[in-house]
Design a protein around this ligand. Structure first.
Ligand code: NA7
Length: 534
């Protein structure tokens, strides 16, 4: 097979890959996006489980680069369901004429840097080969599902499913006994939907996490029109917000408020005027001051006890005191806790009684057997590094990224990796992306990378390389920022703690989108300090 010669290869055709492709094309580059799925959409292509929807408001979780696109697309609900987001992404691909440059079913297996020619050699599982100056990894932070390595699963006589590999034709659980494993965002979204069909639903929970009400509502035409009229203002406020979406953050610490004011603030956010992620911004110091965080955690627990009538179930669902509020990814739900009031839905704490194996008739924990017709894994992902490490990526001196990252991911600005010139990561480890409105962060990254590439082009440079000292300093900066917060206290996927044997490193830049943008803009203004461009 011949090798296709390009300016850029983009790996992935989710939100990041689509926008990178658009920008590279706009700059006149020859470019292909290689996508392992048989459709575009990334996360929104794979995660089709019942109840899947975005928990960032769709008006924010959407591209901002085209005012026309913003105007013409009609979101049906405050939080769009998966199928609608996928339609939106397909619309973007067609509207901007990108489809011809996306190759589907093209899983990248190897990418090797050729030092002499300063090019990347890229190959796919089906034997296609590409040669490109630039390689952009738009592989997503949550792309490689984690199915617990369960003994006996092959002998299970029912059917089993993973949230991130859901059958496209859907699953009908009517009349079935279902065991659901996992209570992160996917499990929390699926629970009410499966409960509505199943004869019996048993949720096996290893760690109770916090979940807050979404207050999802359909948009009326008037509400949507009014929101769109203020779109530029909304985007501008999002850019200046810690998470890249406007959450009406309280600028006061808990200590600066009276007891009545604190309660009023908590209630205001819980009840919807501020629902969803706005609970993360109830007090200015809630992610850094444990006693302030406890106010929010205790309030959330009181709401769980209010919602769940059976005290045994309520206690099981209440997160323990050693998990600060928001340090595991906060879940945003629609009637999750209320679902446990149904007599056929139960929650089982398996923290002290771990799942041991699948049996022909169900799941066995250390001390109990749960017979069922279907097992649903909502057990998450090999987050942040999984997709990048699944590719045989080799930089200068043939060094493999897997080896370089043996003790945890390192990067410069979350964008470049020392020893891997001309390779850029979008929304990767070391960036604030996973703690932010992902689409906003993706646009920030792609725009910045494109400016860097244009700078290199203007100088006729062939190689853009992050320097090791710059990477070391950035890794240290990320660790220092994380250590000022409560985030490292949780066994979260942000820490790599959900995968056995994975190094425990806080994998994101924790101090927010505006500070991050200021830092990367300073780097750009200082002639891309920390990058060698030659
Ligand atoms: P998450 O958030 O990683 O949740 C996975 C859940 O599965 C979590 O409750 C885990 O418990 C649980 N889990 C994982 N392995 C096991 C085993 N072996 N036994 C019992 N329970 C297990 O993934 P999601 O798909 O829900 O959400 C991913 C992201 O998508 C989310 O954060 C948003 O960004 C959107 P644990 O807490 O590790 O004890």
């Amino acid at each position: 097979m011949t090798t296709m010669k390009l300016d850029m290869v983009v790996v992935g055709a989710g939100f990041a890959g689509i926008y990178q492709l658009y920008k590279a094309r706009e700059a006149g580059m020859s470019v292909k996006a290689l996508e392992m799925g048989d459709g575009v959409g990334g996360t929104w292509f794979w995660n089709r489980y019942p109840g899947a929807r975005c928990d960032v408001e769709s008006l924010d979780y959407s591209y901002s680069f085209s005012r026309e696109l913003e105007e013409e697309w009609e979101w049906s609900e405050r939080y769009a369901p998966q199928a609608e987001i996928l339609r939106y992404m397909n619309h973007v691909v067609d509207r901007f004429g990108l489809r011809d440059d996306i190759l589907l079913n093209a899983r990248v297996t190897t990418a090797h840097y050729d030092e002499v020619r300063a090019l990347w050699d890229v190959a796919t599982a089906d034997g296609q080969r590409f040669e490109a100056r630039y390689l952009v990894m738009a592989t997503g932070g949550l792309s490689i599902p984690q199915k617990p390595d369960l003994k006996g699963l092959d002998d299970f006589q029912g059917r089993w499913y993973h949230s991130a590999r859901w059958p496209s034709e859907g699953v009908d659980f009517t009349g079935q006994r279902v065991v659901l494993i996992g209570t992160g965002s996917s499990g929390v979204q699926m629970t009410p939907e499966i409960a509505a069909q199943a004869k019996q639903l048993t949720v096996l929970q290893r760690t109770a996490n916090f979940s807050v009400p979404a207050h999802n509502v359909p948009f009326t035409p008037e509400a949507l029109k009014a929101a769109k009229a203020r779109y530029p203002e909304r985007r501008a406020m999002g850019r200046e917000a810690v998470t890249g979406q406007f959450l009406n953050a309280n600028t006061k610490t808990a200590a600066e408020m009276t007891d009545e004011e604190r309660i009023a603030e908590l209630e205001y956010r819980w009840r919807g005027a501020g629902g969803g992620f706005r609970m993360l911004r109830t007090f200015a110091d809630q992610m850094s001051n444990l006693s302030t965080n406890r106010l929010v955690a205790e309030f959330a627990r009181s709401k769980i006890r209010e919602a769940v009538k059976d005290p045994r179930k309520a206690e099981a669902l209440c997160p323990k005191d050693d998990l600060p509020f928001g340090t595991k990814r906060l879940c945003v739900d629609s009637r999750y806790y209320e679902t446990f009031n149904l007599p056929h839905v139960d929650i089982v704490d398996v923290s002290a009684d771990p799942i041991v194996e699948a049996t022909p008739t169900g799941i066995r924990t250390k001390s109990r057997q749960f017979d069922c017709d279907a097992i649903v894994f909502a057990t998450g992902f090999d987050a942040m590094t999984g997709a990048l490490k699944s590719i045989d990526l080799r930089g200068e001196g043939g060094v493999a990224l897997r080896d370089k990252w043996e003790h945890g991911p390192t990067s410069y600005l979350g964008i470049g990796i020392a020893g891997f010139p001309n390779l850029f990561v979008i929304a990767g480890p070391g960036s604030p992306s996973v703690l932010s409105n992902m689409v906003h962060s993706i646009e920030t990254h792609v725009d910045w990378i494109m400016r860097l590439i244009q700078t290199a082009k203007a100088r006729d440079a062939k190689r853009i390389a992050a320097r090791q000292d710059a990477e070391d300093a950035w890794v240290q900066r990320c660790a220092d920022e994380a250590n000022k917060t409560l985030y490292p206290r949780a066994n979260s996927w942000y820490m790599g703690a959900n995968i056995e044997g994975k190094p425990r490193v806080f994998m994101a830049f924790v101090s927010g989108v505006p500070l991050y943008r200021r830092l990367i803009e300073e780097v750009a203004a200082n002639d891309y300090q920390g990058f060698d461009i030659a």
